[in-house]
Ligand binder design. Structure first.
Ligand code: G6P
Length: 368
């Protein structure tokens, strides 16, 4: 097993460090030299795409968080409403699905029982199903109409890392691909985002090359039993994933909140030294999120911000900053989650937890 870990203490750490390559392997076969997306493995025609008037994205756990982030991109570029649902909720609800619905299921293993059942239900109702999965030949890949693989390679640690970031880039490619076919995205925007997508592996690597500060911050927060994550829009989605990571492997209680919602209850829990981890990357909501940071700071919170290098002024308002390289707003989630995966990892190391196999959890959940 030590050999399989390639010199890392845990599979989770190894897989975090594999992300630049996993992202590159997922992108490279799908972006041509002249910057066009080609999804040879998908049979969706322009006619199919024009027909869709609604998209459902359904998944569990970390894959669900990737789905949440894709909603913003799909709605923005395709101009159609997206519903993101948890598979175990979706299948017992009354989803409004028909032959004009595109259903995207996201699953690392391709075997999660609830996600598979949701897929079957959507197909029965006539939806077109596209699966995003990491395992070739998995049940979900076999049942779906179309399959796109995240080329992350085998993921061993229960807490998902490289599968998540590859899901994010693949979902971004799918939304751009469909928008281009549908004619709902300008050529400039399309070209700009592709250019940025191609840069992601290098930027992810630069985060991983410099982790001293993350380890240092961990020393300050690892004993806390309650940690809060805040953000707005896609930053809230990143917060949800980061919070799940911490819970899964460190057993600290954590909660993610839309930053603007704090004042409706959770602010009452903030006291001297409570760790609040704020992801603040979106220009549209930057000032508003900064006000929320000031609110928790005024109540004594120990605030760690995750933002792009261009926002240096944030140092005046928080205790620590984890910088990610400058990147277009639509793609910040791919980078912002990486220091937060590492933060969760080092908290769990400090707490002496069983990182690759947390208590009570399984890598692939085939019970309902
Ligand atoms: C389990 C795993 C999670 C994963 C979730 C969904 O709970 O521990 O890491 O996100 O299942 O799994 P899937 O294979 O469908 O992505």
């Amino acid at each position: 097993e030590a050999a399989e870990k390639g010199g890392y203490d845990h599979f989770m750490l190894k897989e975090i460090y594999e992300q630049p390559k996993a992202i590159k392997d997922t992108i490279s076969p799908r972006v041509t030299k002249d910057g066009k997306i080609k999804l040879d493995d998908v049979s969706l025609t322009k006619e199919d795409i024009d027909k869709f008037n609604k998209v459902y994205v359904v998944a569990c756990g970390t894959a669900y968080h990737a789905g949440l982030i894709s909603k913003t991109l799909i709605e923005r570029y395709l101009n159609i409403p997206v519903v993101v649902d948890i598979a175990s909720e979706f299948r017992y609800g009354e989803p409004l699905i028909d032959e004009n619905t595109l259903m995207i299921v996201v699953s690392q293993s391709g075997e999660t029982a609830d996600t598979l059942a949701a897929l079957k239900l959507a197909k029965e109702k006539g939806a077109r199903v596209l699966a995003v999965t990491n395992v070739v030949g998995s049940s979900i890949s076999r049942e779906a109409d179309d399959v796109l693989y995240t080329w992350a390679g085998p993921e061993i640690a229960v807490a998902s890392t490289k599968a998540h970031t590859t899901q994010l880039v693949l979902l971004a490619l799918v939304s751009l691909y469909m928008a281009e076919k549908k004619g709902t995205i300008s050529k400039e925007k399309y070209d700009e985002i592709i250019k940025e997508i191609v840069e992601l592996p290098r930027k992810a690597q630069s985060i991983l090359d410099n982790t001293d500060l993350i380890e240092e911050i961990t020393e300050k927060i690892y004993k806390n039993e309650h940690v809060f994550y805040i953000g707005r829009g896609m930053d809230y989605d990143v917060s949800r994933e980061a919070s799940l990571k911490l819970k899964e492997i460190s057993y600290a209680h954590s909660e993610a909140l839309p930053a603007g919602e704090l004042k409706h209850g959770t602010l009452a829990l903030i006291e001297d030294g409570t760790p609040v981890i704020a992801t603040i990357t979106q220009s549209k909501t930057y000032e508003k999120a900064l006000s929320n940071i000031k609110e928790v700071k005024a109540r004594g919170a120990y605030v760690i911000a995750v933002t792009q290098e261009e926002h240096k002024e944030i140092e005046k308002y928080v205790d620590s900053v984890l910088y990610i390289p400058d990147v277009i707003d639509e793609l910040t989630s791919v980078l912002a989650v990486i220091p937060l995966q590492l933060l969760a990892y080092y908290v769990a190391v400090n707490r002496g937890c069983s990182i690759d196999k947390p208590r009570n959890l399984a890598k692939s959940v085939t019970v309902e």
